[in-house]
Design a protein around this ligand. Sequence first.
Ligand SMILES: [Zn+2]
Length: 62
Amino acid sequence: MSRSRPPTTDDGPPKTLLICPDCGHESHLDGDWQTHLEPTVEGTVRVSICPVCDGEIARRPA
Ligand SMILES: [Zn+2]
């Protein structure tokens, strides 16, 4: 399949790629990371867990 547009043009906004610092597992932000909500004194946060090594990848406000 050939496109008339240059290959550098994406079909949509770039996805955020997360990489596990412990085992190097790569997946997009909406990939196969296991997430759970965790209440903190500053409010509930969404914690992303690596499905390979169970390491914590990131935590964001829920
Ligand atoms: Zn990992």
